[in-house]
Design a protein around this ligand. Structure first.
Ligand code: PLP
Length: 408
């Protein structure tokens, strides 16, 4: 048997479906956000990043870098093991306090990524609630779906953001424990959940709520706690899950909730117990980022105004952006091959990096370029982006839309 054939067959299928992923090699330049160096086969080339989830450029903020380097110099890099066998390093404890405070909860628990926090957090919580029924928004992230699968409990899916369907499902099981799972901000379409209305239903039908704020933490609310905070609903959500890897510019994930819930997850979750804890310097860096964004609103404001400007400028040029109320600007292509070609042309001919977003990240036929402006994409860069996109749209004969329709 030639085992390697299985793998080459799997790769061929991906190529046939236009789903084979190619990563470009880059090196970002601290202090020069959003610029990076693209390592091309013919040598390095300076490019502009337009697709990073380091939404506020905090990964290179001097205070964040300083916290990391100072802590690394003092304590070394690695945590030295799982928290069960090697103890809990102070920067992790401090970060958990910071996160609990950010979300107004009694406690918080760190995981090695946002993905792991959903997967292991959801599965553990659902398993600890007897006869739990999970009600999950149909667009929930893969990490949440894997958490549901791992829990083994019954789950029902409600149509995206459809409160009537959610209510029907809740009403059908009046006396059963129920866990409602949703995201506050859906990162591919850039829309938000009606957090207060979900909490109203949860209250009426006796359900628990679990909200993924991964794309909203640092970005919304007066202290950067997310959409639930912005909407005055944070205290109504039982469990808030977030990441340290996007607006906070580091790595790691967490849940925040009541003492008992967090302690029970800490004591039962395999994905917490059996893996090495986050490096302490990274936790110190995340704490610095969170603290900074608790008191500084200027990054959020500049990011929002740049995102609004990108939407306006691209809409005026007749580019088919999907209208959103958030910092994410999806530009629709609707074809996997063309999406990849558009991305290649932008990079090769204009030095603009926008990764194509294809199936399974989005549904087939809704392939897109996902634009994430930072506070540092100024008017000149935005105009250059527009000109490059107009050029690429023309070369690939992609459809323009009437400016008014795009701006709706
Ligand atoms: N939840 C959502 C909605 C996400 O989009 C992602 C990743 O992009 C995650 C969780 C995982 O977070 P992390 O990148 O920290 O693993």
């Amino acid at each position: 048997m030639i085992y390697d054939d299985f793998f080459s067959d799997a790769l061929r299928r991906l190529h046939d479906e236009q789903r084979y992923r190619i990563f470009i090699e880059i090196e970002r330049i601290a202090g020069q956000c959003p610029f990076a160096v693209w390592k091309t086969p013919s040598g390095p080339r300076r490019i502009v990043m337009w697709c990073s989830n380091d939404y506020l450029g905090m990964s290179q903020h001097p205070r964040v870098v300083q916290a990391l380097t100072e802590t690394a110099t003092r304590t070394g890099i690695g945590a030295g093991g799982t928290r069960n066998i090697a103890g809990t390093n102070s920067p992790l404890v401090e970060l958990e306090h910071e996160l609990a405070d950010l979300h107004g909860k009694q406690a918080a628990l760190l995981f090695t990524s946002g993905y792991v926090s959903n997967q292991t957090g959801i599965s553990t919580i659902a398993k600890l609630v007897p006869d739990c029924l999970i009600l999950s928004d149909e667009l929930n992230h893969n990490s949440m779906i894997e958490g549901i699968r791992q829990s083994g409990v019954e789950r029902k899916i409600w149509r995206h953001n459809d409160m009537a369907v959610l209510e029907r499902l809740l009403a059908a099981e009046p006396s059963r424990p129920k866990l409602i799972l949703f995201e506050s901000l859906y990162s591919m379409d850039g829309d938000t959940a009606p957090v207060n209305r979900i909490c109203d239903l949860a209250q009426r039908y006796g359900a628990m709520t679990y909200c993924d704020e991964v794309h909203a933490v640092g970005m919304y609310g007066p202290r950067g706690a997310g959409i639930a905070a912005r909407d005055g609903a944070m205290h109504r959500v039982d469990v808030i899950e977030g990441t340290l890897a996007k607006a906070f510019g580091c790595l790691g994930g967490y849940i925040a909730g009541s003492h008992n819930l967090v302690d029970a997850v800490r004591s039962h979750a395999a994905g917490f117990i059996f893996t090495t804890a986050l490096p302490p310097p990274l936790c110190a860096a995340a704490t610095a980022a969170i603290r900074h964004l608790k008191s500084s609103d200027s990054e959020r404001q500049r990011q929002q105004s740049n995102a609004a400007r990108v939407k306006q400028v691209l809409a005026e040029a007749g580019l088919p952006i999907m209208p959103t109320s958030t910092h994410i600007v999806p530009l629709m292509v609707g074809d996997a091959r063309l999406c990849k070609e558009a991305s290649d042309l932008l990079l090769n001919e204009h030095g603009i990096y926008l990764q194509p977003i294809n199936y399974p990240t989005v549904a087939r036929g809704s392939e897109r370029l996902r634009i994430t402006p930072t506070p540092y994409h100024d008017g000149m860069l935005i105009d250059r982006l527009r000109d490059a996109l107009v050029d690429v749209w023309g070369k690939l004969r992609l459809p323009f839309v009437p400016a008014a329709a795009a701006a709706e």
